[in-house]
Design a protein. Structure first.
Length: 285
């Protein structure tokens, strides 16, 4: 049902919209991942062709055609199997990711802060990934980039990728809220502890798959605590992915019946969760 609805929303150019209209990179990648290994590969192949055509010369992807800048959606595209994108296109995407980092850890910013007499905070020492080049790192794009690089490291171990993953893990653990979980990346605002959010907590936990620490344990408890009251389809998708990454999704759990999957990313992520529950792994394989 989810996949049929998703295929019905595919645009004639092969890409997917968020709901309807122009094709965008984010919903297209999620749809292709959801359709991987399904009984209708033609739709996924058309989506991959659209993505190949949109990739920029620097190896990254813009959010949609016509935007002259690569952004965080490159990490999503790099999650696709190499054989789908093509070896060279995939390698260029990985190189773009390795070169991307939040502005707060750049050499120019560190020098500026030193000249101003400011002390660098612990959470500013490890590079994460920004939504847009030249801006600060955030939990969301960092989590997706780590998922892509973790797959790359499993297939082609590299010291450079391993070092970047280690820095990303430290970034996420440094940005964890005081009692566990994550928001968009601000641990404290105006002197007060910031609360965690369901969506970003799930994203960070998915990226920290295999990491064992008391911080991760606290965040898993926070994620499970979000489940009963959460009604956001996007947040529930990521919460389930994050908990499944650590084998902590409660047995027999299913989202409340009133949750509605309206956007293509919501439909796709729900289908990806269902695939994982059925033994097919479009994210961590």
């Amino acid at each position: 049902m989810l996949l049929d609805t998703l295929i019905g929303r595919q645009n004639p150019d092969g890409g997917w919209p968020y709901i309807h209209g122009s094709s965008w990179t984010e919903p297209t990648v999620y749809a292709v991942l959801a359709l991987a290994g399904s009984s209708q590969p033609e739709a996924a192949e058309r989506g991959v062709r659209w993505l190949r055509a949109v990739q920029r010369r620097d190896g990254g992807w813009p959010p949609l055609p016509g935007v002259d800048e690569s952004t965080w959606v490159t990490a999503l595209a790099a999650l696709l199997p190499e054989e789908a994108l093509g070896a060279e296109a995939h390698a260029r995407a990985v190189r773009w990711l390795l070169a991307s980092a939040g502005e707060e850890t750049s050499l120019s910013n560190r020098l500026r802060q030193r000249l101003l007499g400011n002390t660098m905070l612990d959470e500013q020492r490890n590079p994460g990934w920004p939504w847009i080049p030249g801006t600060a790192s955030w939990v969301g794009p960092t989590s997706v980039a780590m998922l892509a690089l973790a797959r790359e490291q499993r297939l082609r171990p590299s010291r450079q990728v391993a070092a970047r993953l280690d820095a990303g893990r430290r970034f996420l653990l440094d940005r964890m809220c005081g009692n566990g979980g994550w928001n968009h990346g601000a641990v404290r605002v105006f002197g007060y502890d910031s609360p965690p959010y369901p969506e970003t907590t799930g994203m960070a936990l998915a990226a920290l798959r295999g990491v064992r620490s008391s911080k991760v344990d606290r965040s898993l408890d926070v994620a499970r605590g979000f489940l009963p009251a959460c009604r956001s389809a996007d947040a529930l998708n990521w919460l389930r992915l994050g908990l499944m990454a650590h084998g902590r999704l409660p047995g027999g759990y299913s989202p409340p019946s009133e949750v509605r999957y309206r956007t293509c990313p919501e439909l796709s992520l729900a289908a990806i969760v269902a695939a994982l529950e059925n033994g097919r792994n479009p994210v961590w394989s």
